[in-house]
Design a protein around this ligand. Structure first.
Ligand code: EZ4
Ligand code: CO
Length: 402
């Protein structure tokens, strides 16, 4: 069997998505997500100009060899653009392999290690009182784990708080929006939020919080300590993680578990964090970390060091990525949690799928392959619109991590 065609489809049903569709000579198709929020067209061009010409005529069964060709063969290694492009090819080839075998992809990965995939939802609101109502909404819908984000008094446009509470979308217009940040105000406010949430919902609900790369290690240590009474499941991205050894300092001060990795694109980005046991959950994803093949390598390494998976699953990861993530999540021994933010109805219509939510869990598709597709006619109705992620500044104008 040979690859006859590969198409890059850019569509914007409310937000931008880049999808690769590979077609074999006998008409089997496979899809892979290649969306990199705010930098979509860089990946689309990388695929169209540099990857698609290499795919035509290749044997789609050779997933590993194709991965190595695209990784080693580019000479230039790693990076979010390259690794998202490789991810899309890898994911589409697993989809094809599943369809050819007549099996859902999780069966090719060793079969089920659990019944379904426990997910966490995003409760967010400007005020603490309002966020209690949002947490209750998720609990009422069966969620066992909820991420909690609120506004911070005196700051506007704080990360994680949205106008439409059920569909958080940080990317805005073609030019980045700007928000103002204050670490002292955030550190003062956040423990008060979790004190109230824990008191209201009791000890069983798993609670999570995303710091979104805004602190230094010693500030993160203080936050982690101040949150210990409320027993969070994790604090996410407490500091920017280029300096992996910086996590030793956080670790030496607090028992609040740490989750990191949504912006990582290879095993090398988390090697030290994992092997020194500096984190508890690794948040790498199918789309940004080299596809199903590479993500499995990261999770296998993590398994040796008591680190569990906690994959990123915001709405910029398309239903194709989510479908693929569920096959990985349900099969690996060291699954932790899967982030889940339901896509809009428009997005779901462009990407028909057969995974489903029930009882706080996502159930992967039982169809051969990934169980997701792209409706190209529907996709064509939503042209690309430039949408940038925001930037963050301190009161004096200094650019801070967003
Ligand atoms: O800011 O996906 O945990 N989730 C997150 C997300 C990210 C966006 C960036 O594209 O941090 O909201
Ligand atoms: Co995050």
């Amino acid at each position: 069997m040979r690859i006859a065609d590969a198409r890059v489809i850019v569509t914007s049903p409310g937000r931008n998505f880049v999808t690769l569709k590979i077609v074999t000579a006998d008409g089997v198709t496979g899809v892979g997500d290649a969306t990199l929020n705010g930098r979509e067209l860089a990946v689309a061009a990388y695929l169209t100009e540099h990857v698609v010409p290499l795919l035509i005529g290749r044997d789609p069964a050779r997933i590993e060899d194709t991965w190595q060709l695209l990784y080693k063969g580019a000479y230039w290694r790693r990076g979010p653009v390259t690794m998202s492009a490789i991810a899309a090819v890898d994911t589409a080839l697993w989809d094809i392999k599943g369809k050819v075998a007549g099996l859902p992809v999780y069966q090719l990965l060793g079969g089920r290690s659990r019944e379904a995939v426990t997910v966490y939802g995003h409760a967010n609101a400007e005020t603490v009182d309002d966020v209690l109502g949002e947490v209750a909404h998720y609990v009422d819908h069966g969620y066992r784990a909820v991420r909690v984000q609120t506004g911070v008094p005196g700051l506007t446009g704080v990360y994680g708080v949205s106008r439409d509470p059920r569909h958080y979308e940080p990317a805005g217009g073609a030019v980045p929006a700007e928000s103002v940040w204050s670490t002292p105000r955030y550190l003062e406010h956040t423990p008060r939020v979790f004190e109230k949430v824990r008191a209201e919902f009791g000890p069983d609900l798993m609670l999570l919080h995303d710091v979104h790369h805004r602190l230094t290690p010693i500030e993160a240590a203080r936050l982690g300590r101040s949150l210990e009474p409320y027993a969070l499941t994790w604090m996410e991205d407490p500091v920017p993680a280029e300096l992996q050894e910086g996590f030793r300092l956080i670790r030496s001060h607090t028992t609040t578990p740490i989750a990191v990795g949504e912006v990582f694109n290879s095993i090398w980005d988390c090697q030290q964090l994992i092997t020194e046991q500096l984190i508890d959950y690794v948040r790498t994803t199918v789309v940004h970390a080299g596809g199903i093949s590479h993500l499995r390598r990261i999770f296998d390494l993590a398994n040796l060091y008591h680190v569990r998976s906690g994959s990123h699953g915001a709405t910029d990861l398309s239903p194709v990525c989510l479908a693929a993530a569920l096959h990985v999540d349900v099969s690996i021994p060291n699954f932790g949690l899967q982030e889940y933010m339901a896509h809009t109805a428009e997005t779901d219509a462009v990407f028909p799928h057969t995974y489903r939510f029930a009882g706080g869990m996502l159930h992967p598709s039982e169809e051969p392959g990934l169980g997701v597709d792209i409706d190209e006619e529907a996709a064509a109705r939503y042209p690309y619109r430039a949408a940038a992620l925001p930037v963050n500044r301190l009161a004096d104008g200094t650019l801070h991590s967003w």
